[in-house]
Design a protein around this ligand. Structure first.
Ligand code: SAH
Ligand code: ZN
Ligand code: ZN
Ligand code: ZN
Ligand code: ZN
Length: 422
């Protein structure tokens, strides 16, 4: 889909040169598309590019994959193979081409119903960054959505949540929740029909399936028979918040347009799952959102998963435009309700009388600094040189690279003043 327009700035210079680069791949190694904004592209280069794109299409279309799946489930168990190297379900006629590849045999219906277990997670940090929810977190999310009365879930980059919804819907008669998965990982088209999965890029709101796919999404968002919709998204954490927000606003607009009388001034309900240090960036784009204390855990993320010995803190949170007091967090995991803040908070999150709020962002107990007039991390101290609270170990006013969040020099992302504007 469309490239994004970036700007290259060099230190000291005000104006930078603008260029187009791939929206989905933040690493040149994954996609080397680059073009200056004012560059003239020759016919030959254009032709070469088109040729390259033609040669890099998936081997089957979504439609073909749906047909293949139908044939695959008709096969006896002994003939159901999955090539691990090509990440593809194999029909017997294709076995020959994959003989020297690793493959799995006897693929059961259960396996077909949990593709996120069958496929290996695409972990390359800069592009897919596929980190799958731990079962506990996924279950929590789904139960929360059901308790809140939602009957449709637009799963944007949440294949495991989609899968849990699908499999419960096929197993339990009374379970009436439906899900539509939007994801850039085309491998999922092998397991879901065009009504269940759209190949989608959330950095530029591009539907690879064209108008038909767009229409599928639009139909899904139309709240027939009062079936309420919520969007749940868990984007790669390296992704540009600006680009994501722009796409999510377009999905929200799509929802709004489905209702003839309009949804008044309401917004499509949304859960945006993202690390807590992006709070101020997200609130810049979505002022109606607030951050929940719930810590989202992952299966294949070394840092963000439950260790065997007690809990490792995960920095990943739920941002939502639903009123915080309706988001009930599990008391058995130590969350409690703060009556003053009217929301559930982590057990370690103490209500600060001076700030008049439960101020901890990371679950640990924070301390109030009278000089900074706010609560800060327990490990910080007030540096009179820098005139703010920061890590004990720091070099005053000296940081070579600019801050990742605000771009200013003098501090790193973790100490960015714009992140703690509460
Ligand atoms: N925790 C989620 C997975 C989140 S990982 C779960 O368990 O369901 C991020 C997801 O976003 C992956 O599924 C990945 O394929 C998808 N993704 C990455 N880049 C994307 C893009 N540009 N557009 C749409 N989806 C993308
Ligand atoms: Zn409180
Ligand atoms: Zn305080
Ligand atoms: Zn201070
Ligand atoms: Zn200092």
């Amino acid at each position: 889909g469309p490239a994004l327009l970036f700007v290259k700035t060099s230190q000291g210079k005000e104006e930078g040169r603008r260029f187009y680069a791939c929206s989905a791949c933040r690493d040149r190694k994954d996609c080397n598309f680059f073009q200056w904004e004012d560059e003239k592209v020759s016919e030959t280069r254009l032709a070469a590019r088109e040729e390259y794109n033609r040669n890099h299409q998936p081997s089957f279309t979504h439609r073909q994959n749906v047909d293949r799946y139908k044939n695959f489930v008709l096969l006896p168990l002994s003939k159901r193979r999955f090539c691990q190297e090509c990440q593809q379900l194999l029909l017997p006629a294709e076995w020959e081409e994959h003989l020297d590849h690793q493959f799995l045999c006897d693929i059961t219906i259960t396996q077909l119903k949990s593709p996120s277990q069958l496929l290996y997670p695409l972990e390359n940090k800069k592009t897919n960054a596929q980190y799958l929810f731990a079962d506990r977190s996924c279950r929590f999310l789904l139960n929360l959505l059901v308790d809140l009365g939602f009957r449709r879930v637009l799963s944007v980059g949440t294949p495991r949540l989609h899968e849990m919804i699908q499999s419960r819907a096929s197993q339990e008669e009374e379970f009436s929740v439906r899900s539509l998965l939007l994801d850039i990982d085309f491998r999922y088209s092998q397991f879901y029909t065009e009504d269940e999965f759209c190949h989608y890029n959330m950095f530029n709101h591009h539907f690879f399936g064209g108008e038909a796919a767009r229409e599928t999404c639009r139909k899904f968002l139309y709240e027939e028979n009062g079936e309420r919709v919520i969007m749940v998204t868990d984007p790669p954490f390296g992704g540009l918040v600006e680009a994501l927000a722009s796409s999510f606003k377009k999905l929200m607009a799509m929802w709004k347009e489905t209702e003839k009388e309009g949804h008044d001034n309401k917004e499509m309900p949304m859960f945006w799952i993202f690390p807590y240090f992006f709070e101020s960036r997200i609130l810049d784009f979505f002022p109606s959102f607030s951050m929940m204390d719930y810590q989202v855990d992952y299966d294949n993320h070394a840092l963000y998963k439950h260790g065997k010995t007690g809990r490792r803190q995960s920095p990943v949170r739920i941002f939502t435009n639903l009123p915080p007091n309706v988001i009930v967090l599990p008391e058995e995991e130590g969350y409690r309700f703060c009556t003053v803040c009217q929301r559930y908070v982590s057990s370690g999150n103490q209500h600060c009388e001076i700030c008049n709020s439960c101020t901890s962002k990371d679950g640990r107990r924070w301390k109030h600094c009278v000089l900074c007039k706010k609560c800060v991390k327990p490990s910080w101290f007030h540096c009179t040189n820098c005139n703010c609270c920061t890590l004990q170990k720091h070099s005053c006013e000296k940081t070579d690279v600019g801050c990742f969040v605000c771009g200013k020099a003098g501090h790193k992302r973790s100490a960015c003043p714009s992140l703690s504007r509460t």
